[in-house]
Design a binder for this molecule. Structure first.
Ligand SMILES: [Zn+2]
Length: 195
């Protein structure tokens, strides 16, 4: 059956996207250029969870970006979370260096960190408070640790979520001077070499 709410979800995601694209500085400007000839398609999954909502971005056969978003995320009223998640995924699109069609795999650490940084910056540029972002990753890291402990699964000394939280905190935690941003960009290029 056609879900009438989809129109409402489309309005919500379009609104966020327009706010992000209307800012005329990097990285928002870069995204606007990329989307000019290939407008984004949103698709809302049946997943109803709000606390563990997921999103993903991939390229369809016509090279258009397709963003999948759990309906739970659209149903909730946490706009900052929606903006944060959308901007992270859009950050992946900016770094779209050859991800194959129908790609659903896991990203490399540096790609996740890149999407975190660029996404955070885009959301801030659009006037959103993203101060929850570091804490959110720390909570995800704790949940992952608890899950792996319960399931007897091994985990590295520092998990990807923990590294992502650390990098984001270094970049935007105290101040947002270009100096602290540069430290992170340098560390990102280090991660890039490791892959
Ligand atoms: Zn990601």
């Amino acid at each position: 059956m056609f879900d009438k709410n989809v129109l409402h979800y489309q309005t919500k995601t379009d609104e966020v996207l327009n706010e992000v694209l209307s800012v005329d500085v990097y990285p928002n400007k870069k995204l606007a250029e990329l989307l000019k000839d290939n407008p984004i398609i949103f698709y809302y999954t049946e997943q109803d969870t709000t606390d563990a909502a997921m999103a993903s971005i991939f390229q369809n056969g016509k090279r258009r970006p397709v963003m999948l978003l759990d309906r739970g995320l659209l149903r909730g009223d946490n706009k900052e979370l929606l903006v944060g998640i959308m901007c992270h995924e859009l950050g992946h699109w900016i770094d779209f260096s050859g991800r194959p069609e129908n790609y659903f795999g896991r990203e490399k650490l540096w790609q996740e960190c890149f999407a975190d940084m660029v996404g955070y910056k885009m959301a801030k540029n659009a006037g959103y408070d993203m101060s929850f972002a570091v804490e959110k990753r720390k909570i995800m890291a704790k949940e992952q640790r608890a899950y792996c402990k319960a399931e007897n699964k091994p985990l590295p000394e520092k998990t990807i979520f923990e590294k992502r939280a650390e990098l984001l905190e270094q970049a935007f935690g105290n101040d947002e001077t270009s100096k602290s941003n540069m430290v992170v960009i340098n560390r990102l290029s280090g991660l890039k070499k490791e892959r």
